[in-house]
Design a protein around this ligand. Structure first.
Ligand code: ADP
Ligand code: ASP
Ligand code: MG
Length: 491
């Protein structure tokens, strides 16, 4: 036996590590948080190390941000009322989950401190008459900061050693407030430095989701719904073996169950499929969640806090997809968009029109979810969020002022509200005639397709339809998934 193959006597098996994220509804009431506590207790039985990250209690982030925006308009009543609502909501969870009177008193004090911070921040915003992205992140972060201060002692009340951790110490980001980008090297270093000693004591760190901080310590957020992303960031940093996202449905479904009541859980999806779904409106997972885990080979699961026995959806690498016999797996819809068209015969063959068009859009800080260009090069057409339309039209008119004057560009215009419907499935690529079936189904329901885009990954196809067609379009395409997919279990 060579020296290098002699097994080390000190060899310890690598401890198994699980990161679990609880969404807003999963901690939104005393009953829900009790359920979350039981899920952690269960996980502790089978995993060596468990890290928990949580969203704010359901409705809290909206309440915080709406109050701050109202304060910026000079309205003080909403934040005064919100402060009472926040106190009542959090106290109603503290009472049953933390029975020890001394501990209960301390936690209530912690919550009161954060509510006082909220009032001070809103007062400052009202005086300035402006809610900057930085101020909105300071206010928006308070929900998660309150949640961890309840969930950690709630676990301790059930004899699970736990301590809350502010992710401002772990997730180091740039200063792109409201949608900050993590520095993965710094984040890995800080996450290990803070969490390893806690895990070594066999405690459960309960980390704020959604939040990070700049290297200078200024609070940032990762974007709405960003706690899923937080879980994946922490998992990649440690690294963990798995990430489980606990939410209020049985995993990723064939459609939004609020739009399609007979939507069903999909057992298994590839990272590519879920990215496409999340990007195009499946709110169940933040679109950036898979980025940190995909290369690290960390398993991802989406499951239901209120039905923990259900296996939910497992996300696997594109190569691992075993259940790909079907074609269309799911349908999503994104509302609140308008299509902008830049059109003119003078654009034909002129280099740089597209670059200038998207330069003008980028100057407004807007990202574009869908682009189509007619092959004649006479029109460029793209979708934008409705709230950005007016500013983008102005920016395009400025950029192309000369071309418009010369009539090389005839029109820059926007449609009424439209919806992007996206159909996703790895199997679509290898199935002839799938587009035919999609358009026939829509035709039968008299749904007019305004624009089409097929992503280069070819796991999805996106169609733009008028907002009034959303239900017939999603439902008839969902019927197609039922006919072609064999991978689902009833949710
Ligand atoms: P959480 O607070 O747990 O993060 P979210 O509200 O962000 O939960 O996401 C879960 C919700 O996403 C579900 O209640 C469901 O209404 C919605 N949803 C939209 N599309 C889908 C889909 N394809 N599959 C599952 N849920 C979906
Ligand atoms: N609480 C944050 C939000 O409502 C983050 C999250 O829920 O994931 O956007
Ligand atoms: Mg969410």
């Amino acid at each position: 036996m060579s020296e290098s193959s002699v097994p080390s006597l000190n060899h310890q098996p690598k401890p198994s590590t699980l990161v679990m994220k609880f969404g807003g509804t999963s901690v939104g009431t005393a009953e829900a948080m009790t359920q979350a506590v039981h899920i952690v207790i269960d996980a502790k039985r089978t995993w060596d190390r468990v890290v928990v990250t949580t969203s704010a209690l359901s409705g809290v982030t909206n309440l915080l941000l709406d109050s701050a925006n109202a304060a910026a308009r000079g309205e003080t009543q909403p934040y005064i009322q919100a402060a009472q609502e926040l106190r009542q909501k959090h106290y109603s969870v503290i009472q049953p989950l933390i029975p020890n009177p001394t501990r209960q008193y301390q936690v209530k004090q912690d919550i009161d401190h954060l509510i006082n911070d909220f009032i001070s921040l809103c007062q400052a915003i009202a005086i300035l008459g402006e809610a900057t992205p930085r101020a909105l992140d300071a206010v928006g972060s308070l929900g998660e900061r309150m949640a961890v201060r309840i969930l950690a002692p709630a676990l301790e009340s059930k004899s699970v050693p736990a301590q809350f951790v502010e992710s401002t110490l772990l997730v180091i980001t740039d200063d792109h407030f409201q949608s900050a980008h993590p520095d993965f090297t710094e984040t890995t270093h800080c996450t290990r430095q803070v969490l390893e000693p806690i895990l070594a004591q066999n405690e459960v760190p309960v980390v704020t989701g959604f939040i990070g901080a700049t290297p200078g310590g200024v609070t940032t957020t990762l974007g709405r719904g960003g706690s899923d992303y937080s879980a994946a960031i922490l998992a990649a940093a440690l690294p963990a073996d798995e990430v489980w996202i606990w939410t209020d449905v049985d995993g990723v479904m064939t459609a939004d169950p609020r739009l399609v009541p007979n939507a069903r859980t999909i057992n298994e999806l590839s990272y590519r499929e879920v990215s496409e779904l999340a990007y195009f409106g499946a709110k169940v997972l933040h679109p950036k969640t898979i980025i940190p885990v995909i290369d690290a080979g960390i398993g991802l699961r989406v499951c239901n806090t209120f039905n923990p026995g259900h296996p939910g959806t497992r996300l696997v690498s594109d190569k691992q997809v075993t259940q790909n016999h079907g074609t269309i797996k799911a349908v999503t819809a994104v509302r609140g968009l308008q299509l902008i068209t830049v059109e003119g015969r003078g654009m034909l063959g002129v280099p740089g029109v597209a670059a200038r068009t998207f330069g003008a859009v980028a100057a407004t800080g807007t990202s574009v979810p869908l682009i189509t260009q007619a092959s004649s090069e006479q029109t460029i057409c793209f979708a934008v969020p409705m709230e950005a339309t007016a500013e983008i039209l102005r920016s395009l008119q400025d950029t192309f002022a000369n071309e418009i004057a010369r009539q090389d560009i005839d029109r820059v215009w926007a449609t009424e509200e439209v919806v992007i419907i996206t159909i996703v499935g790895e199997g679509m690529r290898s199935t002839p005639g799938i587009s035919g079936r999609i358009f026939s189904a829509l035709g039968e329901k008299c749904v007019n397709v305004i624009a089409i885009a097929q992503g280069s990954s070819e796991v999805g196809m996106s169609l733009v339809v008028a907002v009034e067609d959303i239900l017939p379009a999603v439902q008839c395409l969902h019927d197609l998934t039922l006919k072609t997919t064999t991978t689902m279990t009833t949710g």
